[in-house]
Design a protein around this ligand. Sequence first.
Ligand code: FAD
Length: 409
Amino acid sequence: MPNHRVAVIGAGAAGSVAAIFAAGAGAETLLLERTKDGGRKILISGGGRCNILPARVDETRFVTDSSPHTLRNILRSWPLAEQIEFFERELGLALVEEAGSAKLFPASNRARDVRDGLLRLAAKRGARFLPGTRVTGLVPHAGQWRIEREGAPPLDADAVIVATGGLSVPATGSDGAGLAILAALGHTIHPTYAALTPVIQEPPELAALAGVSLPVAITAKDGRRTAASAGGFLFTHRGYSGPSVLDVSHVVARSRAEGDGSARLQVRWTTLDESAWERALRPEGTRTVGGVLRRELPERLADALAERAGVPPGRALAQLRKSERLRLIECLVRGELPWSGDEGYRKAEVTGGGVSLAEIDPRTLESRRRPGLYVSGEALDAFGPIGGYNFLWAWATGRAAGLGAARGP
Ligand SMILES: Cc1cc2nc3c(=O)[nH]c(=O)nc-3n(C[C@H](O)[C@H](O)[C@H](O)COP(=O)(O)OP(=O)(O)OC[C@H]3O[C@@H](n4cnc5c(N)ncnc54)[C@H](O)[C@@H]3O)c2cc1C
């Protein structure tokens, strides 16, 4: 019996893990990668430190247009505790939880250790790495797959795993070519959109606040969808960033893509609710509005919020009219954040949309449309929030596809 040959397309997060498990299960494994080294998103992840996994998982925070139930089944195929054990035992990377963020990082704080460790383990298990190889097409051919390459003769394989990622940060190698190949093979691709990307406002009304950062609670909402997040918020020269903004940015991106751009962003700038602000703003001595706000907020933001509410920061509380107080509280608890766009794929940490999960066997990640074809990682219609969730998805789907493809029909 000749060996069962598995070709993995894309040596990013999902593909490198797929190659490890396919080769580990005994398949003759090829790992094809268009860049000269692979895993470039891993290298730039987590600011070069690689937030490799979340310390705890809330599955409800994943976003998909497919069935959330199917998404959960796929995710649970490799539970977090087992993933942690894999990285610690098989890659020899101790993982450390960052205080206050529920994120796991390698103790070395070096993303390179993760990328190099994965490619080394794939090679150790027998996978052959073919960098500088751009796949241009997949053709079913006599019960096998013919893999067309740019500038080189085609290769044949019994099973193919597409792990080509999405469209975000194209400089890392993922440009959507894999999705086009899958679409040409008859797969349903849910419309793609930039996710986890900064939001912009032009002209930048609040540019004077650039550099101000603080924890907030933020909600993005339009007629079709809502997303909420709590965490870091950063004013930039062009708009807003920070984990909380990134987490809800897909609602903004989709609201624009779908035409009306009607999404609203509302921010609660502190932990105080309406009644707590009512108490804080009660007339007392000679205190001013600005003075009270600055106890809870960075000074520049405190003054800007008072001005947005039409209340001079120097106004004494004793002189504050009821209508002004109500406007101020509204601004502090449900402040409207003006926006005009987003940074798109250029800065998106991930691509939303992708191959419909309904066309994928959740146990093996084999296509229900094309036997012998498997899909993993960001190419699938799912993404998670900031915090290691997207690697959690990439590792889980890479492993399932690797094992599925190695097992074969
Ligand atoms: C700046 C940034 C920071 C991030 N930080 C984090 C983080 O800290 N934690 C986290 O969980 N997630 C993070 N992410 C998200 C995470 O990197 C992705 O979700 C993950 O890399 C997706 O894995 P993937 O294997 O599906 O795709 P990718 O990692 O993008 O890999 C796809 C691979 O396929 C190759 N390829 C594409 N087309 C072809 C072709 N036609 N032929 C051959 N090869 C091809 C590409 O060159 C690439 O190597 C970050 C993303 C960015 C952009």
